[in-house]
Ligand binder design. Sequence first.
Ligand code: SF4
Ligand code: SF4
Length: 172
Amino acid sequence: MPVLEPLIELGRGLWTTFRSMFERPVTYQYPEQKRPVRPRYRGRHVLKRYENGLERCIGCALCAAACPADAIFVEASENTDEERYSPGERYASTYEINYLRCIFCGFCEDACPTEAIVLEDDYELSFTDRRSAIYPKEMLLEPVGPEAEPTPQRTPPGLYTRAVPEMEDPKD
Ligand code: SF4
Ligand code: SF4
């Protein structure tokens, strides 16, 4: 009957609304509540350290060479045993990533011989000017662990001659 039809549709709509009142909400109350990211999510980069606090980055700039967006700038300096930042001869005295250029492709991570640069799960990247989109080494370097020493370290002569450690092949 044409008169009943709109009422049936109205009732159906109200029933849908009523039913959804008892369902679990799918919204997250960001920023108080943060949604967990997928295991292979590529967020902001972190420059990693070894367990003893030495920096993994050896300033080789392979990441910068691999970057299709020209987003990375690396400048290397010499390590000494009195002032050591990383194993081997050199460390990154300047390391910058321009997040206005980065496309989060992960090529830098793949190119790194020491697994120093890793795209982790931080997605909270917002800037108010162009300069603050360039993250310097101090912002990218991970904090020193509780058992570790900060860099630069004073190390015994001849102990850290090898820049690239023995590593297993990546699993994925
Ligand atoms: S994720 Fe890609 S675009 Fe971003 S810095 Fe690394 S290589 Fe460059
Ligand atoms: S992050 Fe890796 S590839 Fe880039 S300069 Fe450092 S060691 Fe080399």
